[in-house]
Design a protein around this ligand. Structure first.
Ligand code: C2E
Ligand code: MG
Ligand code: MG
Length: 593
């Protein structure tokens, strides 16, 4: 019999067909012997029913192929040239060692041989016939085993390759950000560590830049998460363009990106230069889901010093970024060792503030808002005051951020609100029936969920009608990621309380935002008022703000008015009211007539 060109085989003569038929009949018996061998071999590994079925199928295929040959003299398989081959295609390959599989084949051949011998003996066949039968068997066995070994090798190699691929993928996943493919924190820290080590050996500098997008969450809120992802991907691409190929860009999660710049001649100016390049890239609008949006980044730069660790350097860059956020966002700040001293100072102030809140040692002063046409006081803004036993007066601009970061703002806000409502009710009952009061509110208060109840309580306790109270929120809050704060604001507004947008013109909102914000009043920031009458665009900006606000039926108050000239200018522009030192400085309520 030819195993490669099988078709020319001639039928074995004599009793061979009878022996073949007997072999065919006893196929199950042979399979059983092979399977029990398999059970022994496979004792240790997990023994599945499917594996066993595979073994049985392979043994049956081999036996029937031999039996068919003995009966017909033909190799009966779907493709003659592939005779026997499929018996070598044991599906269990990959789950068993080659030597165990060979043992199984030997077992199969022995079982077939035993049956052939028995049947030959029973039929009194000649030795020559038996030899012929055994030769057929041997040939089939050889082909199967060679094929099987080859396939085994291929499978093993395939498995190894797949394993290597999987390992590489896992390694990549462990070290990279899944969205952008940039280095993650682990890889980044490792690269920084390496950069610091090699910088210690040669005269080259290292700087780390920490970048955080401003108002990223409002992109997510307004345009959806896939838009947010698209923006992050585009930011990642731009950042890679801003640095040299050897530098590393990483993403720490959310909208935080880091750049590691190596081989710098002088890390401080060079790091700042890279930060400027990055900032320039943000001046071009991003195209996200078919819309153009402008996004700014707050960037912190930390040049490496001798003896720095990766953690410390990254922490410093983060610290500098945080400072950039505090100082108005969309800007670059370089880490300064005084930051650490300032931190200690902050902690001390926070502790003293906590005590002052607990002991009710805070105070409220008021600054009136004058109607421009009549110069009549229409309302007063409540401004919190705190005198530190050693530091003296601590300004709200220092105290409020500390109060916000420590959560003290809730208690402070509650105190100011209830005091302001009571004071205003008293003014109204003592001859100023129309005067209102303005209270500044922080986003954290609005987001707390308890604020609505606090406002209701303050109004009820004081008897002040809701429309006499105005809550001032900053433009930054309304623009920010705090959907919870915006919702809180709308609920309070539902009580009939008025809402003012404070410091308008300092944040990033464009004037067109005014049409979408839930406000009744716009307070134009003092920095714009200061530019009135001077060369520049401020007068035009204030003019169009007033115009737009009036179109939307909003009142306009100018803040921080310091000169008569500014007052006259504002009156000419049609501004409704003004507040500032030129009219009256904030003062304690006791000093009021
Ligand atoms: P704001 O709400 O914009 O308050 C106006 C600030 O401008 C006050 O500063 C006021 O003293 C000051 N100011 C008034 N007239 C003039 C002027 O003619 N020129 C200049 N340059 N400034 C003027 P203050 O009291 O230091 O408060 C600063 C900020 O702190 C406030 O800005 C407000 O955002 C916040 N704040 C004050 N009190 C509270 C409070 O009770 N709660 C909260 N959440 N924030 C408060
Ligand atoms: Mg205010
Ligand atoms: Mg203001």
């Amino acid at each position: 019999m030819s195993t490669t060109g099988g078709g020319n085989s001639s039928a074995p003569g004599g009793p061979a067909p009878a022996i073949g038929l007997a072999l065919r009949e006893r196929t199950e018996e042979i399979c059983q012997r092979v399977v029990s061998q398999w059970r022994e071999l496979d004792n240790s590994s997990d023994h599945s029913a499917k594996d066993e079925a595979d073994v049985r199928r392979t043994a049956r295929a081999g036996t029937l192929a031999v039996a068919d040959y003995l009966v017909t003299g033909e190799v009966v398989t779907p493709d003659r040239s592939e005779a026997w081959v499929w018996t070598g295609e044991a599906p269990i390959i990959g789950r068993i060692t080659l030597s165990d599989l060979t043992k199984l084949y030997v077992r199969w051949r022995t079982a077939c041989e035993d049956v052939l011998r028995e049947e030959a003996r029973a039929r009194g066949s000649t030795t020559a016939l038996l030899d012929q039968c055994l030769k057929v068997l041997q040939l089939g066995f050889d082909v199967s085993i060679v094929r099987m070994a080859r396939r085994f090798e291929m499978t093993r190699r395939g498995l190894e390759e797949r394993l290597a691929e999987q390992q590489a993928r896992l390694e990549h996943q462990a070290l990279h950000d899944p969205l952008t493919g940039l280095a993650n924190r682990v890889l980044l820290l490792d690269r920084i560590e390496h950069a610091l080590e090699s910088a210690a050996r040669r005269p080259s500098g290292v700087a780390v830049l920490f970048m955080d997008l401003d108002y990223f969450k409002s992109v997510n809120d307004v345009s959806g998460h896939s838009a947010g992802d698209q923006l992050l991907l585009e930011v990642a691409r731009r950042l890679q363009r801003a640095v040299r190929p050897n530098d590393t860009i990483g993403r720490l999660g959310g909208d935080e990106f880091v750049a590691l710049c190596e081989d710098l001649a002088d890390p401080l100016p060079d790091g700042v230069a890279v930060a400027r390049r990055v900032a320039e890239l943000f001046e071009v609008p991003f195209s996200v889901c078919g819309r153009e949006i402008l996004v700014a980044a707050s960037i912190g730069v930390a040049p490496a010093n001798e003896g720095d660790t990766a953690q410390r350097l990254l922490g410093r860059a983060d610290h500098a970024m945080y400072r950039a956020k505090e100082r108005g966002r969309g800007r670059i700040e370089v880490y300064d060792p005084s930051f650490d001293r300032q931190n200690t100072h902050r902690a001390e102030v926070a502790a003293a503030l906590r005590a002052a809140v607990a002991e009710e040692r805070l105070d409220v002063v008021y600054q009136p808002l004058f109607e421009l046409l009549t110069r009549r006081v229409i309302a007063r803004e409540a401004l919190v005051r705190w005198r530190h036993p050693e530091l003296g007066d601590v300004s709200p601009s220092e105290m409020i951020p500390i109060a916000e970061s420590t959560g003290l703002i809730t208690a402070i806000g509650r105190f100011v609100l209830s005091r302001a409502c009571r004071d205003c009710a008293a003014w109204r009952s003592r001859g100023e029936p129309d005067v209102g009061v303005s209270v500044n509110v922080s986003g954290l208060q609005l987001a707390s969920g308890k604020y609505l109840g606090e406002v209701e309580d303050a109004l009820k306790e004081s008897g002040l009608p809701p429309d006499a109270l105005t809550l001032e929120v900053t433009e930054t809050l309304l623009m920010s990621d705090r959907a919870d704060a915006r919702e809180g604001l709308e609920r309070v507004r539902g009580l009939g309380v008025r809402v003012a947008i404070d410091d308008f013109g300092t944040g990033f909102s464009s004037m067109s935002w005014l049409t979408r914000l839930p406000v009744d009043l716009v307070k134009v920031d003092g920095s714009l008022v200061a530019g009135l009458g001077l060369a520049g665009r401020d007068a035009a900006i204030v003019d169009s703000m007033i115009h737009l606000a009036h179109t939307l039926d909003l009142d306009v108050v100018a803040e921080g008015v310091e000169t008569e000239a500014q007052l006259m200018h504002l009156a000419r522009l049609g501004c409704d009211a003004a507040q500032g030192f030129v009219l009256e400085a904030p003062a304690p309520v006791a000093a009021r007539p």
